[in-house]
Structure formats: structure tokens, C-alpha cells
Ligand binder design. Structure first.
Ligand SMILES: [Zn+2]
Length: 295
């Protein structure tokens, strides 16, 4: 929308007039600041409109950014389930919105910070995709028992920590979806698999549907296929369908892929995919899978 673009590219002094209602809810002194970057201003204005529609005089007690997620709270007297839902919706939207330009975004790590950026702005800031548990764990300072006890004795409600944990969890879910997407981006498209197998993309779809191949659905809606499923002759590895049937309970295709390509002690240090590709007995793989805690 044109007037949303206007917010994102606003270069004037102070704040654009359409954000004044939000500023007035933040403080009475007239010195309030919006501690979120311009890419999020449009969603912030929509959030304000939506809350004001049900609570015209509500007050904002917290506004900022935390772990790449919009941090927003209203005065406890104004908080209803409906408003909590509206805020949660805006927070979810913020995790996919570049803080600079409002384009489609993912979670990145920039130095010690987690920040939500589009790929272009991530590159410009030299940020890298935040995709590991370690990224999240390092960026989320969890209160120690002592800190928690002190905070509670000082009157900080325990729910403040729950809220923090919920935000951290959202960031985590978002980051692991990013990791899956990053992994799948290196897999084969249906067209590429069709070329390998000398067949049509429709036939590849059909093979996946009946469990002869495994593929994961990417954000663009298209399926991607890990290449370990094919041997050096570009044929599906022997026993693939049988192994996939054992793993079928698991709809985490990235997890299945990691399981099939990891080194197994039971298979003399080979991966299950490599073992099968060499035509070694499938029974050993099935036994290893059955014994595995990993299933
Ligand atoms: Zn951007």
C-alpha cells in the first residue's frame, strides 16, 4: 500500500503524523520515542488501529524489539484476551517483516543480536542466518534462579518471564523453520529429479505420494528432494522405499535426511544412504533404525 511505503521511507523530522496516536499512548510528556525501526512502522500502525477499535483509550507500557520479535504490551487494565490475540498476531507478522524495508524477512544473527531482516539487508549488515540452537541460546539470556528470586521479591510478576520465554520460543520456532528452509534450498527440484530419472515432474510427484521418494515442501510451496536418495547411476538407492516406509511416521523430512546421511557405528561408519547405494544388505539398516533412539 502506498501509504505504508510512505512510513517505511519516511525521511522527515520526527515521526509521520499517522504514528502520533501511538506516541500519545506511550507517555504524556511528549518525549516518547518509537523504539522500533521503520520497516515495522506499518504493522505497528495497523496494530494500533486494531486495538483502538476495541479499546479507544488504551495505553502502551512497552514498545520495542526483542530477539527479532516486536515487543509490545498494554496497560494491564486494558488487556483482554481479544487484545492479547491482536498483539500476538502482530508479533508473528513482525518475525517475517524486515525491520528496515518491510519486505519478507527471516531471522539473522548480527554480532550478538538476533534481528529480522530481508536477505538484501542481511547482506548489507553482514548478518548471517540464525539457524542453530546455539544462536538462540546465546541470544536469550535466561534468568538464573537467583535473578528470578530477586525479581519476584522485587515485585516483578512471574508472568514477565513467561512472556519472555514465549517470545524466545517464537523466535526459536521461526529460526528452526529457517534452518529447514535453508537446508531444503540445496535439495533437488521436481524438475531436476524428473531429469535424473528421465521422467516427468508429475511422475516424480506420484513417486513421492506413494512413498518411493521423500520430499519436503518449501516456503514457495514446491517440493524439494534430498540427493542422497539417488545412486551414481541416478537411480533411487536400493531399498529406499522400504526404509522410507519405516520412517513414514516421521513427517520431518529434514530430520529423516539427517538420519540417512549421518555416520552409523552399526554400519561400519557409513551413512545408511551410502550403505544402501553400495548395494549392501538392507537388513542391517532396518535393524539399526529399529534399535535407534533416533526414531
Ligand atoms: Zn529489507
Amino acid at each position: 500500500m502506498a501509504d505504508e511505503d510512505e512510513l517505511v521511507t519516511w525521511g522527515g523530522d520526527g515521526y509521520p503524523p499517522s504514528l502520533r496516536p501511538i506516541l500519545s499512548r506511550l507517555g504524556s510528556s511528549g518525549t516518547a520515542t518509537l523504539d522500533v525501526d521503520q520497516g515495522w512502522w506499518p504493522l505497528l500502525r495497523r496494530l494500533d488501529n486494531d486495538i483502538a477499535a476495541v479499546a479507544p483509550d488504551y495505553r502502551i507500557t512497552r514498545l520495542g524489539e526483542d530477539l527479532g520479535v516486536l515487543d509490545f504490551a498494554v496497560a494491564s487494565g486494558d488487556l483482554t484476551d481479544e487484545i492479547a490475540d491482536i498483539i500476538a498476531g502482530a508479533q508473528t507478522e513482525s518475525t517475517g517483516t524486515c525491520v528496515v524495508c518491510a519486505d519478507r524477512a527471516w531471522l539473522y544473527r548480527q554480532g550478538d543480536w538476533l534481528v529480522t531482516l530481508c536477505p538484501d539487508h542481511a547482506r548489507a549488515r553482514d548478518a548471517r542466518p540464525a539457524r542453530t540452537d546455539a544462536d538462540i541460546a546465546e541470544a536469550v539470556p535466561r534468568p538464573t534462579d537467583q535473578e528470578l528470586a530477586f525479581a519476584l521479591s522485587a515485585g516483578v510478576p512471574g508472568s514477565a518471564f513467561t512472556a519472555q520465554a514465549q517470545r524466545a520460543n517464537r523466535a526459536y520456532v521461526h529460526a528452526s523453520a529457517d534452518a529447514d528452509e535453508a537446508e531444503m534450498s540445496s535439495w533437488l527440484t521436481s524438475t531436476a529429479v524428473a531429469r535424473l530419472l528421465n521422467t516427468s515432474p508429475d511422475a516424480v510427484n506420484h513417486l513421492r505420494q506413494r512413498g518411493a521418494l521423500v520430499g519436503g515442501r518449501r516456503r514457495n510451496g514446491r517440493y524439494a528432494y534430498p540427493s542422497w536418495q539417488f545412486d551414481w547411476r541416478n537411480r533411487p538407492i536400493p531399498g529406499l522405499q522400504t526404509v522410507l516406509a519405516v520412517l513414514a511416521e516421521d513427517d520431518d523430512v529434514v530430520g529423516i535426511s539427517a538420519l540417512m546421511t549421518g555416520s552409523w557405528e552399526e554400519l561400519g561408519g557409513l551413512s545408511a544412504a551410502h550403505w544402501l547405494a553400495q548395494g549392501l544388505p538392507i537388513e542391517a539398516v532396518l535393524r539399526a533404525l529399529e534399535d535407534s533412539e533416533r526414531l
